[in-house]
Structure formats: structure tokens, C-alpha cells
Design a protein around this ligand. Structure first.
Ligand SMILES: CCCc1ccc(-c2ccc(S(=O)(=O)CCO)cc2)cc1[C@H]1C[C@H]1c1ccccn1
Length: 239
């Protein structure tokens, strides 16, 4: 697409998430905050100007769906209100290209914090393995990255603007390896990494924010992956 002003930033942010995903080193600097079945959610405790900005990383393995399907439903602005239980509203303000748009969304108030809103670009991208290394990872990724303003964005709302850099990065495993012809959903598994760096945008007690994240992220990931399984179970596989 033509070089719009976010083109360079988008490429840099996506490349950073891919580099990070390939490492997947969950060392002891990450604290496990939720462990349920295949889903593990970790955090690092970090504060900026007295505000909790804890990076969050979740890993999950889900049978019967592909990384393309997970990223498609996570990215698709038309269905966001169907699975994102913490949203009060969501709208598309602009399209940069067919895989990249600007979203403005208002989250439901999470007591006792002030209501949050977010303005961000969201892009879905297939990152195939390097040609020479056919065993290299093949990713589908969605990145949601805040932008400071947009001329169609409602001004002066009562909400606090959260600043986020979020990525959903998926790999699809097919077992046993076979030609695309006769793969069924029993043969596929999606390995998900979810990275969220969220600055809540305004002060809230650290203990309150950490309790909200500990409760809301696992709930959101469970609800979202269940939504993808329900939407895809009777449809042809999106590889
Ligand atoms: C005081 C914290 C405010 C707060 C800031 C940010 C977010 C949030 C933003 C983006 C994304 S996403 O993964 O990009 C999916 C698109 O919406 C998920 C969560 C949610 C809350 C609030 C609603 C709470 C919450 C926290 C964590 C997960 C889900 N919901």
C-alpha cells in the first residue's frame, strides 16, 4: 500500500514482536499468574511514573484451529464485540490497507478504575518461514498498537486513553505431516503467544490494576479461543 505515515512504524513494531516470539524464553523474570490446562499467563512487575505497566505474556495451545483462523477473528473489527466481553463500543475510523485499519474502542468500566478507551492501528500479517529454512517457524500475527490521535477520533471524552502494544502470534502444527488435501481439524493444533504491554494511561492503585489483569486476561483469552473454536468447527480450515 502507498507509504502512509504509519507504514515504517508498523513494520518495525511487527518485526520486534516476531523477533521476540521466536525466542520465547520464559525465564525466571516472568511470574506465572494463571495456569489452566494448556494456558499459562505470565507477568513482569514494572512501573512507569508510579503507574503499573506490567508486561503480560500468555502461551496457549488449542487443538482444531489454525493460526490464520485465530488471527483472523482477533483482527476482524466486525466481530470484536462478539468475543471481547470488556468492550462497550468499537469502531473503525480509517483503513490504511485491506489488512490494516485504525480502531477506536471504549472498554467497560472496571470498578474501581476509571473507564478506559483505546485508539490504535491493527494489522494482520502472515510471516512465512525463511525460504532457505523450510523448518523455520511460519507465523500469523496481529498487532494492536496505540496512536496518539486521529482526526475522526472523538475529542475530550470522560475516559482515560490506555496506551498499548499488543500482539497475538500463532503457529500451526499439522500432525501427522500430510499434504494439504486431506487434513482434518483433528490433525491441527495452534500454538498461541499473546503479548500485551498496556499503560493504563492514568493512575490506579497498583494492587487494583494487578488484580484486574490477573482476573481479566485469562478470562479474555479463554473466551476468545472458545469463540474461534465455535466459529470454525463447521467451516473449511483456513490455513
Ligand atoms: C484498567 C485497565 C484498563 C484496560 C486496559 C487495556 C485493556 C485491553 C486493551 C486491548 C486488548 S486487545 O488484546 O488488544 C483486544 C482488543 O480489545 C485487551 C485488553 C483492557 C482494560 C480493562 C478492561 C480490562 C481488561 C484487562 C485485561 C484484559 C481484558 N480486559
Amino acid at each position: 500500500s502507498p507509504k502512509h505515515k504509519y507504514y515504517k512504524e508498523i513494520n518495525e513494531v511487527i518485526a520486534e514482536h516476531i523477533k521476540y516470539a521466536a525466542k520465547l524464553d520464559i525465564d525466571n523474570t516472568w511470574e506465572l499468574i494463571h495456569d489452566e490446562g494448556e494456558m499459562k499467563v505470565f507477568k513482569r512487575e514494572m512501573e512507569e511514573d508510579g503507574m503499573v505497566v506490567d508486561p503480560l505474556k500468555a502461551v496457549h495451545t488449542v487443538k482444531g484451529i489454525t493460526g490464520h483462523e485465530v488471527c483472523h477473528y482477533f483482527w476482524n473489527p466486525d466481530v470484536r464485540m462478539e468475543w471481547e466481553g470488556t468492550l462497550e463500543s468499537a469502531q473503525v475510523l480509517d483503513w490504511f490497507s485491506e489488512d490494516t485499519c485504525v480502531c477506536y474502542q471504549i472498554h467497560k468500566k472496571v470498578w474501581p478504575t476509571t473507564q478506559r478507551e483505546a485508539l490504535f492501528w491493527t494489522q494482520i500479517r502472515h510471516v512465512p518461514n525463511e525460504d532457505e529454512d523450510e523448518d523455520g517457524p511460519d507465523y500469523w500475527i496481529v498487532c494492536n498498537y496505540s496512536i496518539p490521535d486521529h482526526d475522526k477520533c472523538p475529542e475530550k471524552t470522560k475516559n482515560i486513553r490506555a496506551i498499548m502494544n499488543v500482539a497475538m502470534i500463532c503457529e500451526t502444527v499439522v500432525e501427522p505431516p500430510q499434504s494439504d488435501r486431506n487434513i482434518t481439524r483433528e490433525n491441527i493444533t495452534c500454538k498461541i503467544q499473546y503479548h500485551a504491554n498496556v499503560n493504563p494511561g492514568g493512575w490506579a492503585p497498583a494492587s487494583v490494576l494487578r488484580a484486574v489483569y490477573k482476573r481479566e486476561y485469562p478470562k479474555f483469552l479463554k473466551r476468545f479461543t472458545q469463540y474461534v473454536m465455535d466459529q470454525t468447527k463447521d467451516k473449511p480450515i483456513m490455513f
